[in-house]
Design a binder for this molecule. Sequence first.
Ligand code: PGA
Length: 256
Amino acid sequence: MMRKQIAAANWKMNLSLEQAEALADQLIAGNMTLSADQQVLLAVPFPYLLPIKNKISLQSNVFVAAQNCAATKNGAYTGEVSAEMLKGMDIAYVIIGHSERREYYHEDNKILADKVNLALEYGIKPVFCCGEPLSIREAGTQNSYVELQLKESLFHLEKEQLRNFIIAYEPIWAIGTGKTASSDQAQDMHAHIRSVIASYAGQEIADSVSILYGGSVKAANAAEIFGKKDVDGGLVGGASLIATEYNTIINSLKRS
Ligand code: PGA
C-alpha cells in the first residue's frame, strides 16, 4: 500500500472567523474528493478548531489540526493550550516544531521533545517540522542539521511510535519567500530523512512515514514537487489561504 499522501494547510495567524468559515466552504465546494490513501489537514488557529471541524465533518479524510500545543501537561501556564485539551476536542493532529515557533518563541529540540511526548500520550499525531536556515544550506551542512533536529526531538521514542508521525521538511529559506527548494533538493532531503529514520527504527517503519515538503508550495509547483518518490505531499502556508490554489494543490497529490 502507498504511504498516505497529505496536503496540510497551515493557516498560521490569519483570517477572521467569518473568513475562515468561508474558506472552508469554498474548499468543500471546490471538491476535496480524496482516495483512501490521501488526506487533507487544515491547521487552523486554536479558536477556529471546533467551528472548522464542524464545517468539514461530512468530508472523508479531511481533518483539522492544531498549530501548536504546550510543552507542559496542565497548570498555571497562562495562554497555553495543552495536548489533553486538544484530545478532549477530538483533534487528531498537531503541528510541532514549526520554524516560526522555533525562531520567535525559542522552542528548541528539547522543548519539542516534551511536546511530542505529550501529543503521543494523548493519542494526537504530530506533524513534526524540521528544516535548515539559509546559512546552513550555504555551508552545505543541511543533512546533519536536520538529522540532529530529528534525533534530539524524536529518537528517545519507542521505534513503533514513529509510525504515528508525519514529518514536514521545511527549509526556512523557502518559507513565505516565494523561493521553493527545487524538486530535486526536496527529494534529496526527504530521502535523507527517511534513511535517518530507517537507521533508528528500521526500513519498514521509515517507509510508512509520510514526509511532506513545505516552503512556497503553490498550485503551479505542487505537482512537480509531490511527484518525487519520497515527497508525500506538502505543508502549505500562503497558498492554502486561497481556495482555488489549495484545491489544485490537493489534486496534485499522488494517487495509487
Ligand atoms: P509558505 O509557508 O507556504 O507560505 O511558504 C509554509 C509553512 O510555513 O508551513
